[in-house]
Structures are given as structure tokens and as C-alpha cells.
Design a protein around this ligand. Structure first.
Ligand code: MN
Length: 448
């Protein structure tokens, strides 16, 4: 029997996933809403203009349930009080570090409070804050950021630009290639990106310039946030990775392609990547994503992973059916009131390496992962042209510019461009849930 089909794990669903469940927060029940009662993502927010502390909340419809306010109302079961206190803090690290069962207990209690028929509807309603009246912080204090390269389509398309004869190096199929990124420049959605300045090398000249980047690009990625960590010197068994993942955010991993082309050999990404990465404010928990789990398999003819990067559970539920879109709105579109246009659509299921493999690989040398660590999937391109998840691929290095409906063209991003990532999960018999957005506008470079 094929080892990929011999275990039939059922999805671990509970009452919080019930498609019939509705909230008395009526916006949560509207078709297409990212945050129905089946989602309940965690984030960190404060009310705009109030000079108050950031604190944890849960998104429901177009509102946020303020967990500190809920705690003050004394309407939670005593068993989930400690979890709620951890989730109400100004960063979610302590909550992420809790055992899965404790986090799950809070989810169940919040679902009960927010469901139609709740005995505490009146008290809970007084703990809601409209999303339109808040600003967000990063959901966690991110101490470590590693970025992977888990889409074979992306690696092939980009590899072909840099190494036309040899796009995929032999290690690619045996380990999830990654590198350590910079954490201090990770910013939440809504914070603008300043066009970086760096060394650019025109092939026709002998000497590089020091100038603003001309080939600024986004990368459509998912960010996995680590839950419970592991001790230094130990590994995380791939069968146990579910217990070490907290949830998933949208990640736009900014790239300066011209700086990158000159600096990256032989040690890899540096200043072309470190100037900023953008993260969405809401973390969709692994528990909320459970209904959309799907089997993970490599295409026929690919080598089987080594044993420490494989377990039969991956074949049953190693991937998640997340669809991700990137939209672009130029300054001119904004000025003339034109809506953003969708420029790419990706599916997480197209990745060559699964989340569990990224996590198990990173800890396999004895590295200690910490609660709140961020693991980037890498640019999530698929095989179709419309799934090319960065401009470098889409425009073939700027040679085939993107044609926008208003007649503008883009090889790479220009000042004033806004990019907006969104994503959702959808499955027959289950609610549709979304990730909110990760939105960033490009600011002009500083004067050099
Ligand atoms: Mn990246």
C-alpha cells in the first residue's frame, strides 16, 4: 500500500466550526464577511486617538471583542480565565505559548458568548469596539523570522531569471531552503513602506551606483506563527508540529530586486530584504483552519522526503486550502476613484513543502523555536500565469509590464502604489472565513 494513503485521520472539528452557527453580531453573518463566528482570529489593537494601551482582541464581523473588557465583566467560565488574560495582553506571545487545549477552551467560550442565544449577549455587546475605530499593532513580539522558498513554481521562475541553465539546485527537493530574516523592520498592515536605497549595478558599467531601488517588488506569502516552542538542543517531531503552530497571517515580504541581484552571492539575501516586511493584524488560528485542511502530496516523479520530514498525517491533512489574492491600486487610480484590481491569485495547496515540514526542518538541528516566531512560506506562486505571486515573475524581470485597466503599466512598483493582500478559505459544508487584509503604500525614497 502507498504510505501516503494508509492512515485515515479525520478532521478534528467541534461545535465552534458548525456552519449553522450564527452570531448576534449581525455583520458576522453577512455573506463574504471575513470574520464569521467560525473564525475568531486574534489580534492586538487600541482605539484611535484615545492614547490607550494596545491589548488583545478577537475579530467578529466588523467589530472586535475586547478581551480585557470581557474579563472585567466576569462572564467567562473560570476554566478559561487564564487563557483570556494571556490573549488580552499587548502581545499574544504568552497566549501562543499555552497548550492547544487551553487556547481551544477560550475559543469555545468566546463562541458561546457571541452565538445567537447567548445568555450574556447584553454584557458581551458592551465589550465590542468597531474595527473602523482602531489601529493595530503586530500580533506578537516576533523574536525570530525565517523565510522559506516553498513554492517550486516560484523557485523555478526566479531561478530561471538568475540561472537560466540551472534554475533548481539539487538541495531544493530534499530540504525546505530558507534564511534568517530581520525582525525589527516587520510592520503591521497600514504602515507605509519607504522605497529602499542601495547599491545597484548596471551590467553595462563597471561600478555600482548608490541610489533608490528601481525594481521594488512585493512577495505574496503566508506567515506561520509558532505556538509552543522547543528547548535548545531538541527537535520538533514532524508528527507533533500541530502542537507547535499557533496560526497564520498574511505576509508581504518586500524585495528590492536590483539590490538583490548585486548583493546576494555568495551569502544570500541581505539589504534587498531587510528594509521591511508587512504582516496582517489578525492571526487565524490553526483550530479555525481545521475544516479547510487537505491532503499534501508531491507531484508524481518527485523524490519522497527523508523520514524526519514526512509522516502519513501529511498525506491526509498536511495542507490547507487557502486562496490568496494580491490587489494593486496606483496613485492615479486612487486619485480618479478607481478600485484596486486583482493582479494575482495563489493557492497555498500549490506549495512544494508543507508547513509541518518547514517547522520540523527548522528545529531539526536543535534550534529552539519560540512562541511568536514567524516562518514565511516564501512567495506562493502556482503553475498558472495568474498565480505568479510577485512582479519579478509576473513581468519576467520587468520585460513584460503589467497592463492596468486605466492604461498604466508596471514592471515594478512605483511611488504611491498600494498593494493589498487578502485571503480566504471555503469548503462545501463549512463557513467561508477570511484573513482580513495586509495593505501597504510605497513612499518615495529618502534623498541621497
Ligand atoms: Mn520571501
Amino acid at each position: 500500500m502507498n504510505k501516503r494513503t494508509n492512515i485515515n485521520m479525520t478532521r478534528i472539528l467541534n461545535a465552534t466550526h458548525d456552519q449553522q452557527l450564527q452570531s448576534w453580531v449581525s455583520s458576522a453573518n453577512e455573506a463574504g464577511c471575513d470574520f464569521p463566528i467560525q473564525n475568531l482570529p486574534h489580534g492586538v489593537f487600541r482605539r484611535l486617538g484615545k492614547n490607550e494601551a494596545f491589548r488583545g482582541g478577537v475579530a467578529i464581523g466588523d467589530q472586535i471583542l475586547d478581551l480585557a473588557a470581557v474579563i472585567n465583566k466576569n462572564i467567562l467560565p473560570p476554566a478559561v480565565q487564564a487563557s483570556a488574560e494571556a490573549a488580552a495582553k499587548a502581545s499574544l506571545n504568552d497566549f501562543m505559548a499555552l497548550p492547544t487545549a487551553q487556547r481551544s477552551g477560550l475559543r469555545a467560550a468566546l463562541s458561546t458568548l457571541l452565538a445567537i442565544g447567548s445568555a450574556q449577549q447584553h454584557e458581551t455587546a458592551s465589550c465590542l469596539v468597531p474595527q473602523s475605530e482602531v489601529e493595530y499593532a503586530l500580533p506578537a513580539r516576533i523574536e525570530n523570522f525565517s523565510d522559506f522558498y516553498s513554492s517550486l513554481s516560484h523557485a523555478t521562475n526566479v531561478g530561471a531569471l538568475f540561472r537560466p541553465d540551472n534554475p533548481i539546485l539539487p538541495n531544493y527537493r530534499w530540504l525546505p531552503v530558507g534564511y534568517h530574516g530581520r525582525t525589527s523592520s516587520i510592520r503591521v498592515s497600514g504602515v507605509d513602506v519607504r522605497r529602499p536605497v542601495g547599491q545597484l549595478k548596471d551590467p553595462a558599467r563597471d561600478i555600482p551606483d548608490f541610489a533608490p531601488c528601481k525594481r521594488l517588488d512585493y512577495e505574496v506569502e503566508l506567515g506561520m506563527l509558532v505556538g509552543q516552542g522547543n528547548e535548545l538542543g531538541t527537535a520538533i517531531d514532524i508528527k507533533d508540529t500541530d502542537n507547535h503552530l499557533f496560526g497564520i497571517c498574511l505576509l508581504n515580504d518586500w524585495s528590492a530586486r536590483d539590490i538583490q541581484a548585486w548583493e546576494y552571492q555568495p551569502l544570500g539575501p541581505f539589504l534587498a530584504k531587510s528594509f521591511m516586511s508587512s504582516l496582517s493584524p489578525w492571526v487565524v488560528t490553526m483550530e479555525a483552519l481545521e475544516p479547510y485542511r487537505t491532503g499534501f502530496a508531491r507531484p508524481a516523479g518527485e523524490p519522497e522526503p527523508l523520514p524526519h520530514l514526512w509522516c502519513p498525517g501529511l498525506a491526509e491533512r498536511g495542507s490547507i486550502d487557502i486562496r490568496i489574492q494580491m490587489q494593486l491600486q496606483t496613485q492615479r487610480m486612487r486619485d480618479s476613484g478607481e478600485a484596486p484590481v486583482v493582479i494575482s491569485t495563489s493557492r497555498f495547496t500549490d506549495a512544494y513543502w508543507a508547513m509541518a515540514q518547514l517547522l520540523a526542518h527548522q528545529a531539526s538541528n536543535g534550534t529552539n523555536l519560540c512562541p511568536g516566531d514567524l516562518l514565511g512560506s516564501g512567495t506562493l506562486s502556482g503553475p498558472e500565469p495568474e498565480s505568479r505571486a510577485c512582479l519579478l515573475e509576473m513581468t519576467e524581470g520587468g520585460k513584460k509590464p503589467l497592463q492596468l485597466p486605466n492604461g498604466e503599466q508596471r514592471g515594478f512598483l512605483e511611488d504611491g502604489d498600494t498593494v493589498i493582500m487578502t485571503a480566504y478559505c471555503e469548503r462545501e459544508g463549512h463557513a467561508r472565513i477570511g484573513f482580513g487584509e495586509c495593505r501597504t503604500t510605497v513612499l518615495p525614497a529618502r534623498t541621497v
